[in-house]
Design a protein around this ligand. Structure first.
Ligand SMILES: [Zn+2]
Length: 278
């Protein structure tokens, strides 16, 4: 499933194609939405953004479309629909030059823009890391109700921080040299501040670069070794079981955390834990 950064990049693509231009036509696959099609002809998209992993498209007719890709949904932005796909178009927003095609998504709703926050998913979300400064992430990390919970659970929980997902959880905790089993109450002030900074920086880097969590120094180092595959370049540890740890002499190991894969370096975690308790 795409995580917060990928979702926001899709919303940006929709903006670039359709913002402030009158829609020529709109198509909904679901019968319950058909009655809205006429309401959107000639209207302009005024905001395309995301809340966690949900999309909010607001129009100048006072209506908004909320949709969520879940596992199989996918956007395609272009002049015509995708060829060679057996996915079904569930929604099409047709602009004068480009259109946005939404494939396979099962959650699409139309509602007055001022009612967007009544959608249970959006209402339940914590602050979106893309939209807040690291100090606010730090405030979340300091909230009492989370202190007794493990990082592996929290960093997948959209109520804690919206937009998080499995690769971000792994990459953030790896850089912070923290075990997914550690609880927030075990971390001192500096450690929480460091974790908040890493979380914010990692999410922003992935958003800006289109999915790279590694910093520029490591990225350049890998490129010099003639590594070119996106999947081999992008992550510190995720999906890199058995490879060298970029921070120490250790190797990356794969474990299971909350039923999802998680990658770590035992040496880094042990060394950091020993330092923190000194
Ligand atoms: Zn290491």
């Amino acid at each position: 499933m795409p995580e917060g950064p990928e979702t926001r990049r899709d919303a940006d693509k929709i903006s670039r194609a359709l913002l402030n231009v009158p829609l020529k036509e709109i198509y909904f696959k679901f019968p319950k939405l058909k009655r809205y099609e006429a309401d959107f002809v000639g209207t302009k998209l005024i905001l395309s953004t995301t809340k966690g992993k949900g999309f909010v498209l607001s129009f100048d007719n006072g209506l908004s479309i909320y949709c969520h890709l879940q596992l199989y949904g996918k956007w395609h932005i272009g002049k015509s629909p995708k060829l060679n796909t057996n996915r079904e178009i569930r929604m099409e927003l047709q602009g004068p030059k480009k259109s946005a095609f939404l494939y396979s998504a099962s959650t699409i709703e139309v509602l007055p823009t001022d009612k967007i926050y009544s959608i249970p998913y959006i209402k339940s979300l914590g602050p979106d890391v893309l939209d807040i400064e690291y100090e606010e992430v730090e405030n979340v990390l300091n909230q009492k109700k989370y202190q007794n919970r493990s990082l592996g659970i929290l960093f997948l929980d959209q109520k804690f921080l919206a937009g998080m997902g499995n690769y971000l959880r792994s990459e953030i905790l790896f850089q912070a040299k923290l075990s997914p089993n550690a609880k927030l109450k075990d971390l001192n002030i500096e450690c929480k501040r460091n974790l908040a900074k890493i979380a914010k920086d990692t999410v922003m880097r992935s958003y800006k670069t289109g999915g790279y969590t590694v910093d520029e120094v490591l990225l350049e180092k890998r490129k010099k070794k003639r590594i070119s595959r996106f999947e081999s370049l992008r992550f510190y540890a995720f999906g890199r079981v058995g490879k060298d740890c970029p921070f120490c002499e250790g190797k990356i190991v794969k474990e299971n955390s909350q039923g999802r894969r998680f990658y770590s370096c035992t040496q880094c975690i042990d060394k950091f834990a020993a330092q923190s308790t000194d």
